[in-house]
Design a protein around this ligand. Structure first.
Ligand SMILES: C[S@@+](CC[C@H](N)C(=O)[O-])C[C@H]1O[C@@H](n2cnc3c(N)ncnc32)[C@H](O)[C@@H]1O
Length: 237
């Protein structure tokens, strides 16, 4: 995968900026609600392992990510975690877990419909019967008429980022363009392309792979209001 995303070129920066996302805590709360007896977890698209580090306090965890750079960084930053290089479209680790997760929008980086079907087959191949699937993914596009700017804290000091979005309804790709002015004064651009899967589509992929949806919530936990959804499904066959 070409590292067009600044964070993939600099995983430490990714970790610093995403550190308070709350995604692992939300995921754990959903697992406790639907499968409190879960002991094992496999996270696909685990990136730097930031969520896995939190989840590993509660579950026996394995993480998988496509990018060697992210996995190398994860091994150095979090040497206690079991994180492997693998492509979630094809990887088979020959283990079935109580819970399979795909957090932080990782599913949205798979754009092709047949590839998405393959990813769900991977989820099914690693979930035991009755096991849970927890996804955090974009369920509607972010559409903003004007760019927005913000200052974010980075390990090197404050950076200014200006973000604009594009939305292609035909392909359901939501593009985020970011222009960074880093603390050093250097500028950087990146472009992130995410495939939006609306809730009914997600349900279709999940049920074709043998999962039944048990809950869909937004980040605020009060139904689906924003662009990001947590989908929880149970492996029924
Ligand atoms: C936005 S990051 C999220 C990482 C992590 N889940 C988090 O929340 O911090 C998306 C991750 O998905 C990974 N990814 C994309 N396509 C993948 C694939 N086909 N198989 C495995 N990982 C993939 C990328 O390498 C990247 O680390």
């Amino acid at each position: 995968m070409e590292a067009t995303n600044l964070f993939y070129r600099d995983p430490a920066l990714y970790d610093a900026i995403q550190s308070d996302s709350g995604s692992a805590e939300m995921c754990q709360a959903l697992i406790e609600r639907h499968r409190p007896d879960a002991k094992t977890l496999m996270d696909f698209g685990c990136g730097t392992g930031r969520d896995l580090e939190i989840l590993a306090k509660r579950f026996e965890c394995v993480g998988v990510d496509l990018q060697a750079g992210m996995v190398d960084y994860a091994h150095r930053a979090r040497p206690g975690l079991d994180i492997r290089i693998g492509d979630m479209r094809t990887v088979r680790l020959r283990r079935r877990m109580d819970t399979v997760t795909c957090l932080g929008n990782s599913l949205a980086y798979v754009h092709d419909t047949d590839d998405i079907t393959r990813v769900f087959a991977t989820f099914a191949a690693h979930a035991r019967p009755g096991g849970l699937l927890v996804l955090c993914s974009p369920v509607s596009p972010v559409i903003r008429p004007e760019p927005t700017s913000a200052v974010v804290d980075t390990p090197d000091g404050p950076a200014r980022v200006t973000i604009s979005y594009g939305w292609d309804l035909r392909t359901q790709i939501n593009t985020m363009h970011r222009h960074w002015v880093l603390a050093s004064g250097k500028e950087a651009q990146d472009e992130i392309r995410r495939r939006v899967l609306f809730p009914r589509e997600l349900e279709g992929y999940a049920s074709a792979a043998g999962f039944e949806i048990v809950e869909v919530v937004g980040e605020s936990r009060n139904g689906l209001t924003g662009p990001t959804g947590y989908t929880v499904a149970q492996h029924v066959r």
